[in-house]
Design a protein around this ligand. Structure first.
Ligand SMILES: Nc1ncnc2c1ncn2[C@@H]1O[C@H](COP(=O)(O)OP(=O)(O)O)[C@@H](O)[C@H]1O
Ligand SMILES: [Mg+2]
Length: 316
């Protein structure tokens, strides 16, 4: 990668590049640093608070992200004393079913890592196999490198990463993409975090067939399916943010809807909740227009039982 700019805080780790900013001289050994102030200055709590308030549940995920934030913050303070801990490896795997919050957390993670100076830009580039792997000989390397270039300074999120590997075909071009990714992941100085995402069982078998990849992953984070009460809370949160509420008679119907939807095909956790609310909004709007009556604020913001009951979820 040509745009491997330095990581200003730790010039030692960057080799001899001359055009990089000089770090200030280290603090004397008897100095002390106000951690609360460091923390406030990094504005990392904004991101952690956003993660807490915008996502229901996911306690273990949130804890791990907080731990990583603490590590990077302490690393920064250590660097000011001239203690070089080396850049921690932060490549991760996010396993879980669709709609369990993997992409949302990755976006926040990118922002967090940026605020803590670990990556320069803090954007997220989300790709799948087709973005990395070509159809013909010679097409894969340029595609993968182009994606890597775009992702530099941010987080590269590879959804359903196991599709890169086809056990039945040794000469599959996916292997070439894996090898290029590995080189970049191995190079601790590259300004990039790779997150491999997908179903847990498939990811497990991908890692057992690709031990090199597995060994480059520092954090395996699992996103469990949501419990019914969590789905309900997610729904409430979404409605609240969009300026809607449930009427009293819609409360049990919404719960019933989620119970039924959960066991139907193609259920996608929080994404299905979002879709349910979007369709209810549609019915609500049509209902209001159809009556032709004047509307007040309550009417405009209240979803009724009917707005859910006409869903296919209720037809046997
Ligand atoms: N725990 C949660 N609380 C609130 N909303 C959530 C939660 N998890 C996911 N969502 C929402 O559900 C949708 C799908 O989430 P996403 O991060 O794309 O899931 P994934 O990447 O795992 O498929 C997004 O709109 C997201 O904001
Ligand atoms: Mg996703």
């Amino acid at each position: 990668m040509t745009d491997r700019l330095g990581f200003g805080m730790r010039p030692e780790a960057n080799g001899a590049a001359e055009d990089e900013p000089q770090a200030p001289p280290p603090l004397p050994p008897d100095a002390s640093v106000d951690l609360a102030r460091e923390r406030a200055e990094s504005q990392v709590d904004d991101v952690l608070d956003a993660l807490d308030t915008e996502l229901v549940g996911l306690a273990p995920v949130k804890t791990r992200i907080r731990e990583i934030a603490a590590l990077l913050l302490i690393d920064r303070v250590r660097a000011r004393f001239g203690i070089d801990s080396g850049r921690p490896n932060l490549h991760m795997s996010f396993t879980g079913s669709p709609g369990t919050g993997k992409t949302t957390v990755a976006v926040r993670l990118a922002e967090l890592l940026h605020r803590l100076g670990y990556i320069r830009r803090g954007h997220l580039v989300s790709v799948t196999r087709d973005d990395l792997v070509g159809q013909y000989v010679g097409h894969t390397a340029p595609k993968t490198k182009e994606v890597l270039k775009r992702a530099m300074g941010g987080v590269l999120f590879i959804d359903e990463a196991y599709y890169l590997y086809r056990a039945e075909n040794e000469r599959d071009y996916g292997q070439e993409a894996i090898e290029i990714l590995l080189q970049v992941m191995e190079n601790q100085r590259d300004d990039l975090v790779v997150v491999l995402a997908g179903y847990k069982d498939r990811m497990d078998s991908f890692f057992s067939s690709n031990p090199g990849m597995s060994s480059r992953i520092a954090h395996h984070i699992d996103f469990p399916d949501y419990e019914p009460v969590e789905l309900e809370a997610i729904g409430r949160l979404m409605m609240e943010r969009e300026g809607y509420r449930l009427s009293d008679d819609a409360e049990p119907v919404f719960r019933d809807y989620l119970e039924r939807r959960r066991v139907q095909p193609r259920f996608a956790n929080a994404r299905s909740v979002r879709n349910a609310i979007e369709r209810a909004r549609l019915r609500h709007a049509n209902r209001l227009l159809a009556t032709g009556a004047p509307v007040d604020r309550t009417a405009l913001t209240t979803l009724h039982a009917d707005d859910f009951l006409s869903s296919r979820v209720f037809t046997p």
